[in-house]
Design a binder for this molecule. Sequence first.
Ligand code: PLP
Length: 462
Amino acid sequence: MSEEKKIPYKIYLEENEMPASWYNVRADMKNKPAPILNPGTLKPVTFEELRGIFCDELCKQELDDTTPYFEIPEEIRNFYRMYRPSPLVRAYCLERKLQTPAKIYYKFEGNNTSGSHKLNSAIAQAYYAKKQGLKGVTTETGAGQWGTALSMACAYLDIDCQVYMVKCSYEQKPFRREVMRTYGANVTPSPSDTTEVGRKILAEFPGTTGSLGCAISEAVEAAVTQEGYRYVLGSVLSQVLLHQSVIGLEAKAAMDKYGIKPDVIIGCAGGGSNLGGLIAPFMGEKLRGEADYRFVAVEPASCPSLTRGKFVYDFCDTGKVCPLAKMYTLGSGFIPAPNHAGGLRYHGMSSVLSQLYHDGYMEATSVEQTAVFKAAEDFARVEGILPAPESAHAIKVAVDEALKCRETGEEKTILFGLTGTGYFDLVAYEKYNNGEMSDYIPSDEDLAKGFAGVPQFPGNEI
Ligand SMILES: *Cc1c(COP(=O)(O)O)cnc(C)c1O
């Protein structure tokens, strides 16, 4: 117990202890993630092909499987200093409430106006666009966390930000929309009549409320048809995991200061960027044989890409305009039942995490929505922070681990990622509080429909 006294509730790093470089876990992977493919030729996408869509520097990062460290440019570090280092919190209150001998820590990424970890990559992507002399960037957003983060980053760097927001969210979630507009972003409900693909979808499905896949297709079209614009994406891509490694590097530095070594590291997994970032330096040690950790990816039972998906090449978007990625996928046409964790509704998973999971370096589990909100409320009542529903998936599994320790008496050290706050998710909390939340789990038949849309070519059979 005396040892516990030495560890403060919050472990902060000094500004000069913040990471100076991002860590690229691919450099330490023996089995590299499979290359992304051009859907037309089925050949690995080249730098030349990719640079029409993404900024040059980001294409380089995307295609680089061997460089372990990328220096974080000074201007990005200055931006990080506005809200980083983020706190690593010892969840003493939660431990007490659970009466567990486990030691629980969480890395909190919600302490910035965008309310999530997405700002860590948004600023990097906006910076490289600006550095290349571009006028602006285009993107899509579903629930709005990514669009919010990107609009903040673009405002700071004074470049244009065009966001295609899924129409039903645009209409039903006006608050994030207005945050984006306040930061100067141009927000268009998707599908729209501003792009060819949008007009086509509107003609075919009048009155449609849109989908993420459709918004991606519009954002990509907007990027390639306007001079001086590129497309940016908030998760899934290897470059995004690279930027998010700042989470894990800070967490590890803070833990090292106090000689703490986590036994298990837990994170929610939508496209995989926060989890990939949190575990990166720890996974590096495991891959190099220097230390051992358990890693657990948590996904919603309604969108179980790792736990029930197939490890094949698939389209990254419903519009099928992006390269093919080899990943655990439910099929790009899979439409998950409404789940209030909007950030976890993606059909696929980062190819880096997919490969690590396939090779047995990481575990995955799925949890049901009502249990997640129960954990979120329990957590909020003792730790104070109102968690994002996405983050609460990690809370749920961390709590389960801690309760196991109560039974076995093990004093395990648990680290989980608290990716954001839930102030814009109060309709979901309302549903939970009213007892109106449902736990829909797709049947094997539902999943088969999604798998049927996976591209078929030799070596890619399901
Ligand atoms: C977007 C989001 C996620 C999921 O995205 P990943 O890329 O899997 O990290 C998780 N939590 C919050 C708060 C988000 O906004």
